[in-house]
Design a protein around this ligand. Structure first.
Ligand code: 4NP
Length: 163
């Protein structure tokens, strides 16, 4: 059984996508599901840097330490490495699609598309916002992580049915 691999994408890889990665890691552990999870930015502004201090604080409020996450930019080989590439907003979606090779195996989509009732919505960028905006980001990405676990479990059932 191959383990599902999920890449979260935002612009800077210091606010939204690290929080999405942390939320999925925790939800996957709780569901006893082994996953490969990572996050990247479409831009190179924060390569090699830890997440924004406000994202680190929000994760800490949720009992998760993300201070050792390290900013990385989306690379061509990510399209071969990951089953799912899930982006935060329409700008990310356009940037990811522009880079995607024709033979990309990854399913590319908006993260909130997995949440019932949130199809087509974006995770707003909290970078210019307040602590409360980071808490709102957490709620959105954690709801998406919960819904994503259901999708991944269903894909695993389909995979084992096929043998
Ligand atoms: P993120 O937020 O895409 O959620 O990580 C941002 C972080 C940094 C910048 C923009 C958005 N920036 O322009 O440096």
């Amino acid at each position: 059984m191959t383990k599902p691999s999920i890449l979260f994408v935002c612009l800077g890889n210091i606010c939204r996508s690290p929080l999405a990665e942390a939320a999925l890691r925790r939800r996957a552990a709780a569901a006893d599901l082994v996953v490969d999870a990572d996050s990247v930015g479409t831009a190179n502004y924060h390569v090699g840097e830890p997440p924004d201090l406000r994202a680190i604080s929000e994760a800490k409020r949720q009992g998760i330490d993300i201070s050792d996450y390290c900013g990385r930019q989306l690379a061509l080989d990510d399209f071969a490495k990951f089953d799912h590439i899930l982006v935060m907003d329409e700008d990310n979606l356009a940037d990811v699609r522009a880079l995607a090779p024709a033979d990309s195996k990854a399913k590319i989509g908006l993260l909130l598309d997995v949440v019932p009732g949130s199809r087509g919505r974006s995770v707003a960028d909290p970078w210019h916002g307040t602590e409360a905006d980071f808490t709102a980001t957490w709620k959105e990405v954690d709801a998406a992580a919960e819904a994503l676990i259901a999708v991944l479990l269903s894909e695993r059932r389909d995979q084992s049915a096929k043998g």
